[in-house]
Design a binder for this molecule. Structure first.
Ligand code: PGA
Ligand code: ZN
Length: 404
């Protein structure tokens, strides 16, 4: 058992240039581990609060006055004790006093310090029961942005290339190829328009919602044929973001909840989607269940805002057959212990997990280890931009430590 001898929290900036926090823990045996915490923009209503009311300055001040002293002396071997202490000191149901991002940074830094002491990669330290070695996730790679992550794009928030291979290098290459080819197609289609990229590195273009799905599906098919690899289209609709007074409001059409289920089911079948995240607004378990009954055999139906990585909400989803997969974001619940409870419940219940970044990211690589440790079906971390590539590169490193 090795105790924490020093604990520090500092302000750093995320990929949107907004302040967040990074924790650094030192152990008495000399391990040093740092972890930064990311931030969302299209957050779920039930996720913990990233920061206390006064933002990062308040988070730093509370860390100094209430957490630092409690951390020193705890063992990095006892993740549960560290995470329990974070909850105790906070004392609220949603980390509104110390901030979920402080909790996330400390919790992940503790696991990294433990891995360092054991001279193991992080994925091995956190490997879930039933897994005997690494299996590599599909890359859920953001190619086109809309919604709150882009200005001027469609309402659907994210258009992904779902790239599957037992070899992460091949999966990453196919995802990048779709991103690049899509960029070329958009340049040809809109020669006069200024093309941009959204918060997660996907292109932003003046496309309609379905027009964008059709274009993505076409590019995936072209890359699939050329590289002889499994790469298929997928969406994160983030449907709560365009749900107004009982209706889903797209620029082309307005749909009631039944219409939305039918619309998404049709997109799955027409365009061969392998992944649909948050197809309904975040309280509609019945709508999720109807869609899962309709297309769940052919595609992953993934809940993000509906579950916010919380074990109790996922348990409810399982009881109601609301989806067949759950998105995993540590800072939606604030600690690794809470995250692992949700991952283990999903695994025991035959659900898939998809381990995910946030739209505001840090250059940390630890997310790739979590995806492998959890045996996740997918690693959702974007494709381009330094903070996204950091996760992809870490996946390459852990899959082939010597670079072979
Ligand atoms: P967020 O969105 O990180 O902005 O919350 C990502 C998502 O909806 O998956
Ligand atoms: Zn989402």
């Amino acid at each position: 058992m090795s105790q924490i001898s020093r604990a520090e929290l500092r302000l750093i900036y995320d990929s949107r240039g907004r302040a967040t926090v990074e924790a650094r823990l030192t152990t008495e045996r000399g391990a040093v581990a740092s972890a930064g915490a990311p931030s969302g923009e299209s957050t779920g209503a039930t996720e913990v609060l990233a920061f206390p009311a006064g933002g990062v300055p308040d988070a730093l001040q509370r860390f100094e006055s209430e957490l630092r002293g409690r951390l020193v002396g705890l063992s990095v071997d006892d993740q549960v004790a560290v995470d329990r202490m974070l909850h105790e000191v906070d004392g609220t149901p949603n980390f509104s006093r110390i901030g979920g991002n402080t909790a996330t940074a400390v919790s992940v830094a503790c696991a990294l310090a433990r891995a360092d002491e054991r001279q193991q990669p992080l994925w091995q330290t956190l490997l879930r029961p039933g897994l005997s070695g690494p299996t590599y996730p599909a890359i859920v790679g953001n190619c086109l942005n809309g919604g709150r992550h882009a200005i001027g794009g469609p309402e659907i928030q994210e258009y992904h290339a779902i790239s599957e291979s037992p070899r992460p290098d091949e999966a990453i290459r196919a995802g990048l190829e779709v991103h690049q080819q899509l960029g070329l197609r958009l340049r040809a289609k809109f020669p006069q328009a200024a093309l941009g990229r959204g918060d997660e590195g996907g292109w932003v273009a003046p496309l309609g919602n379905v027009e964008a799905v059709a274009l993505l599906a076409d590019v995936c098919a072209e890359v699939r044929d050329r590289l002889h690899t499994s790469v298929h289209p997928g969406l994160d609709l983030a449907a709560s973001e365009f749900y107004r007074e009982g209706k889903y409001v797209y620029r082309e059409r307005t749909l009631d909840p039944d219409g939305q289920v039918a619309f998404v089911a049709d997109l799955v079948d027409r365009y061969g989607l392998r992944y649909v995240e948050d197809p309904l607004q975040e309280t509609d378990y019945d709508g999720f269940a109807a869609l899962t009954r309709a297309v769940g055999a052919r595609t992953l139906v993934v809940g993000d805002d509906i579950y916010t990585t919380a074990e109790a909400r996922v348990a409810e989803g399982i009881r109601r057959g609301a989806s067949n997969a759950v998105l995993i974001k540590v800072n939606q619940v604030g600690t690794l212990t809470d995250t692992l409870a949700t991952v283990d419940l999903a695994r025991r219940s035959g659900w898939k997990t998809v381990t995910s970044h946030r739209s505001g990211e840090t250059p940390d690589g630890w997310l790739a280890h979590l995806a492998v440790a959890f045996g996740s079906a997918g690693l959702k971390c974007g494709l381009v931009g330094g903070e996204r590539v950091a996760k992809l590169n870490e996946l390459l490193r852990l899959a082939a430590p010597t670079g072979t």
